[in-house]
Ligand binder design. Structure first.
Ligand code: FE2
Ligand code: FE2
Length: 302
């Protein structure tokens, strides 16, 4: 029997599962007392619908290179979970945000350029030279690992957040909490895959230096997009150039409804430290406790 350690650092099986949401009643200000945070969270539905399809494509590309049985199973479960996440957020756009007259606009179009064109196997239709193809794959898997570091940390943040104190709609809250909990559950996979494909520390640091500002600015752009379509919000604050926008973000963070830039910066530093292990960044028990009580998970089982 081989004593070689597995390339997987997840000491459990990752479980893909289906969910069922009822999008008939949720209001635009799903955090009744916090319009800004309502938009700052909902914009993730556009970002994730598109971004997680990209994750699935990159991981399907990488799968034939995985030589470890457990990591192979992790990657397959990861792809299945992310596909369900992407679909669930797509359904929330179709059944909830569209019903309220909200669209993705330029935000959605720019996400498509980022995920479908720039980060594809053939960026803007140009195939990389043969000697760079593996490196390009490692780069994109590493970018997913850096993003997944945040999705897992965001999972912890939202499982701990007291959204109910701001009058949360239970269906939207459950969408993001169930998703966040599964992000915690599969938090090891992208980084394990990156390591397995030969990804090292210097590139990891470079990737985080790119992912941190990109993610914060994408989140900001998405929030602006939704604010512009909300007649109850001050038009002059619906811009990344407006100090009012950043003040509103800070206020939402002080209320504990969304993390701010300080939080994102702090968490980026955890990812670049030499002994980084995603397994130690969150609690699987906390995630599974939520998943096992999630109304959307239970609704699908019955
Ligand atoms: Fe996800
Ligand atoms: Fe994920």
């Amino acid at each position: 029997m081989s004593t070689r350690p597995s390339a997987s650092s997840a000491p459990y099986d990752i479980v893909p599962r289906e969910v069922k949401f009822n999008w008939g009643d949720s209001p635009l200000h799903w955090l009744k007392d916090d319009a800004f945070a309502s938009h700052a969270v909902n914009e993730f539905s556009y970002l994730l619908t598109q971004g997680e399809k990209f994750f699935c494509r990159v991981f399907r590309e990488a799968l034939p290179l995985v030589k470890d049985k457990k990591l192979c199973a992790d990657v397959q479960a990861f792809i299945k979970q992310e596909a369900v996440h992407s679909r669930a957020h797509h359904d929330s756009i179709e059944g909830y945000l569209k019903r309220l007259g909200i669209g993705g606009g330029d935000f959605e179009r720019n996400n498509a350029v980022l995920f479908d064109q720039l980060l594809s196997a053939e960026p803007f239709g140009r195939k990389p030279p043969r000697f760079l193809q593996k490196q390009w794959l490692v780069f994109r898997v590493g970018a997913v690992a850096a993003i997944e570091h945040f999705t897992s940390a965001l999972g912890v943040y939202i499982l701990d957040a007291n959204w109910e104190g701001s009058g949360a709609d239970p269906v939207v809250a459950d969408l993001f909490r169930w998703h966040g909990a599964e992000e915690i559950e599969h938090r090891t996979v992208a980084y394990d895959l990156y390591r397995h494909l030969g990804g090292r520390w210097p590139l990891r640091t470079l990737l985080m230096a790119i992912v941190l500002p990109t993610l914060v600015l994408r989140m900001g752009a998405g929030t602006v997009e939704l604010m512009r379509q909300d007649p109850s919000m001050k038009k002059k604050n619906a811009s990344l150039m407006s100090p009012g926008f950043w003040y509103a973000w800070r206020q939402a963070a002080v209320r504990g409804n969304v993390p701010d830039i300080v939080w994102f910066t702090f968490h980026s530093l955890r990812f670049v430290r030499p002994g980084y292990e995603p397994l130690h960044e969150a609690s699987t028990e906390q995630a599974l406790a939520y998943i096992n009580s999630s109304p959307a998970v239970l609704a699908h089982q019955h």
